[in-house]
Design a protein around this ligand. Structure first.
Ligand code: GLA
Length: 744
């Protein structure tokens, strides 16, 4: 074991990544205390920082006898129980058969393993023996014989530590878990900010930064999905931390259902963060021998600022979370017919869009909602996964054959978790939906959640869908989910297990997705949830890309994609060029600007290409060619946010740099033009300061140091919403024979 050690004498565990270090210690009465998480501190054990004093109104465990200085109420801990004298937010809570609810966890043992642990039925980062090591620490509750295994995955080179929890009932009696957080992190007295990502449908992952205040604050979803409203990724950082400098910590929950991240600043100015499944409407019964696993939290720390923290996540997800070959393979650039036709199409219309797409150099046609059952509006049809031959005459295989004959790939939209009341499926199986006995249902987009906690429901739906995918040899699937989960009750579960429905729903989704990716390993799979309502690390385990937002307006997308970039790789964000005036905002922006914004993501088009003028087609043709030239930078390079759209209202700029630093693309949008304008300088990042770089458009040559420290001026006076595009290529000094102008 290279990166995990246990000091038998001091009882300190140390986990090391390239630049970070994590320590915990077994202290008095088997208490597992959190000691340190931060920059590498060499061979020092930071346990000296923990000073125990007699604290008024903070009780002491009975075993402490006369010692009034040992109190769980103030000690930093790894995973706190309940009803044991710690009054702060806690990690684990259960009810026992006798109605009592105290849980007191003590250290029992540890084991270390090469490679990364995996979870049963839950997404998690993966890693071979060369990439990761695992530490498992077992805590136990003496009275109930409950074992709590704390799992730590250490990815040294990636600078990532993951955590998850496995709870095992070793006793004779049933226990009911009321709260099982995936992790807890205790910080000593320190003033920190919270950065989180809030929003709403069509305006997801907006960025908010605020100082932590005394008491408890939480970021959460109770909607059965990770949600448009909050995202299961948060950052804690020092007050002075910026993009380029300062201490920051990331916490990403790899889970796509209800979640809660709670943060408490306590009486001693200490901060505790817990993250995991939301305790709302949650309970889980563990009979003798049963096991429950809490989903994974992916943690990163750096002292090099928030930009660096994002790049740690980008690299980690691309190499050890996303499983698809498309994480690095070029992705077909697609056209999607949703904003072009909505429900109003026939086979000729679709074929003509595909033909126009081929003409401008696109690779794939995606048939969105409306192709199945009686799906002529969003009031009907979900659940009937058979092609609507009134709309697509001759059937889907025939149409797809024609489209493929153009040399195009074919993709299709599905929404497997749902049913419309007006559908054959609902008429024959009304009991297959989530539904609270005797109560009227909450509708949303006139559709209901199927009870996918039931295996027969999952299998039925997937069989229907597989039949369609097989018949058209689909190259791509867009899996949608267009309502929050409500009416939370499953007729297949007994009353005492109704608290499991939300979680079993998510496990059902994961099982269905696993079936899909196992059956079609080469499929390009895009997740969607009314845009970005399930944009989380859990989903990225199944699909390399997620439709970022139903809002395709280039200007709004600047904020949405900026916020998303904090926790997720750029190549995971589905982003399309759509028509103007934009359907969501009514705003008009130049076609070039729409392409610049969409190419900071998984690029595609979503408009009626037949209606483009010849001039626009020519512009689009060039955009597609240009995108293909820089796609590898987006998929594998480093990403830098050069401006903040929440504070800078003049322009938004970002930058991609290849890992070998030889190529860089600087893109952005000028938001507002002004008369008599300022000269705005932008400062590049991530280049080799010693090397020379040539501006691909003008031929001018600069040192990397000049581009980063002296900056480059933005174009002047171009108008509102104008695209900004620079590309620089490193030139070998020996090649610099005077043919290029060196800027003085
Ligand atoms: C959701 C998706 C859209 C589109 C529609 C179809 O809103 O996010 O992209 O697929 O559903 O109903």
């Amino acid at each position: 074991m290279k990166y995990i050690t246990f000091n038998e004498e001091s009882k300190v565990f140390t986990l090391r990544t390239k630049y970070s270090m994590y320590q915990m210690q077994v202290r008095d009465y088997g208490t597992l205390v959190h000691v340190y998480y931060g920059e590498n501190i060499g061979d020092t054990e930071a346990a000296y920082r923990i000073i125990c004093l007699d604290r008024g109104f903070s009780g002491n465990p009975y075993e402490a006898g006369e010692d009034r200085t040992f109190s769980l109420d103030v000690l930093p801990q790894e995973y706190s129980g309940y009803g044991n004298g710690d009054y702060r937010i806690n990690a684990l809570e259960m009810v026992h058969e006798d109605g009592s609810d105290a849980t007191h966890l003590r250290y029992e043992s540890y084991r270390m393993m090469e490679g990364k642990y995996s979870l049963d039925r839950l997404p998690a980062m993966y890693g071979s023996a060369d990439e990761a090591e695992t530490l498992e620490i077992t805590l136990y509750d003496r009275i109930t014989s409950l074992k709590v295994h704390l799992l730590y995955g250490v990815f040294h080179d990636l600078d990532i530590i993951t955590r998850a929890v496995r709870i095992e009932n070793k006793g004779e009696k049933t226990v009911t878990i009321q709260r099982a957080m995936s992790m807890e992190m205790d910080y000593p007295s320190r003033h920190m900010d919270l950065i989180h990502f809030y929003g709403r449908h069509s305006m997801e992952r907006l960025t908010e930064r605020m100082p932590l205040c005394h008491g408890v604050q939480s970021i959460e979803s109770k909607r059965g999905m990770s949600s448009h409203q909050h995202n299961p990724f948060v950052i804690l950082c020092d007050r002075m931390t910026s993009e380029k400098h300062g201490d920051c910590y990331g916490f990403a929950l790899a889970y796509s259902g209800n979640f809660r991240c709670e943060i408490e600043v306590d009486q001693m100015e200490q901060t505790r963060l817990v993250m995991g499944i939301h305790p709302y409407h949650f309970s889980y019964r563990l009979k003798k021998g049963d096991v429950f696993e809490a989903p994974e939290v992916i943690m990163a720390y750096t002292r090099k600022g928030i930009g660096r923290l994002s790049r740690i996540y980008h690299d980690a997800y691309r190499s050890n979370l996303i499983r698809s070959k498309y994480v690095t393979a070029p992705r077909p650039v697609l056209v999607n017919n949703w904003e072009a036709t909505y429900f109003d199409f026939n086979e000729e219309k679709l074929y003509n869009i595909a033909k126009a797409a081929k003409d401008i150099g696109l690779d794939m046609f995606v048939l969105d909602d409306g192709w199945f059952g009686k799906r002529n509006t969003d009031y009907s049809g979900l659940g009937d996964w058979v092609v609507n031959e009134d709309k697509i005459k001759g059937g889907l295989p025939k149409l797809v054959k024609r489209i493929k004959a153009l040399g195009m790939k074919f993709g299709i939209w599905i929404e497997p978790e749902m049913v419309s009341e007006d559908s054959d499926l609902y008429r024959s199986h009304p009991d297959w939906t989530l539904r609270i006995p005797q109560r009227s249902m909450t509708r949303s987009r006139h559709q209901l959640n199927l009870d996918i906690t039931r295996k027969e429901v999952r299998d039925y739906v997937m069989q229907q869908i597989f039949r369609v995918l097989d018949s058209c040899e689909a190259d791509y699937v867009k899996w949608d989910m267009n309502r929050s989960v409500a009416n939370v009750y499953s007729s297949a579960l007994p009353p005492e297990r109704q608290g499991e429905v939300f979680h079993r729903y998510v496990l059902g989704v994961y099982e269905m997705m696993e079936q899909l990716v196992t059956r079609y390993p080469d499929l390009l799979f895009e997740n969607c949830c009314g845009g970005g309502g399930r944009f989380d690390a859990g989903m990225l385990y199944y699909s390399p890309q997620i439709w970022c937002s139903d809002n395709t307006d280039a200007i709004d997308r600047l904020k949405i994609q900026y916020g998303t970039s904090f926790g997720y790789p750029i190549s995971t964000m589905g982003a399309h060029v759509s028509v103007c005036p934009n359907h969501q905002t009514g705003r008009t922006t130049p076609l070039e600007t729409r392409a610049v914004v969409a190419s900071a993501g998984t690029f595609g088009y979503e408009l009626d290409l037949e209606h483009l003028t010849e001039e626009e087609k020519e512009i689009a043709r060039k955009q597609i060619q240009e995108y293909k030239k820089i796609e590898h930078l987006i998929q594998t390079g480093d990403y830098f946010r050069l401006s903040d759209p929440f504070h800078n209202h003049d322009y938004v700029i970002w930058q991609f740099v290849s890992k070998d630093k030889k190529q860089t693309v600087v893109n952005g949008v000028q938001l507002r033009n002004e008369p008599n304008p300022h000269i705005h300088l932008i400062y590049l990042e991530g280049l080799d300061g010693q090397a020379h770089y040539k501006d691909v458009q003008t031929g001018a040559v600069y040192t990397g140091a000049a581009l980063m420290n002296a900056g480059i001026p933005l174009p002047v006076g171009a108008g509102d919403y104008q695209p900004i595009q620079f590309q620089f290529q490193m030139i070998e000094d020996t090649d610099n024979d005077g043919a290029v102008t060196v800027r003085k």
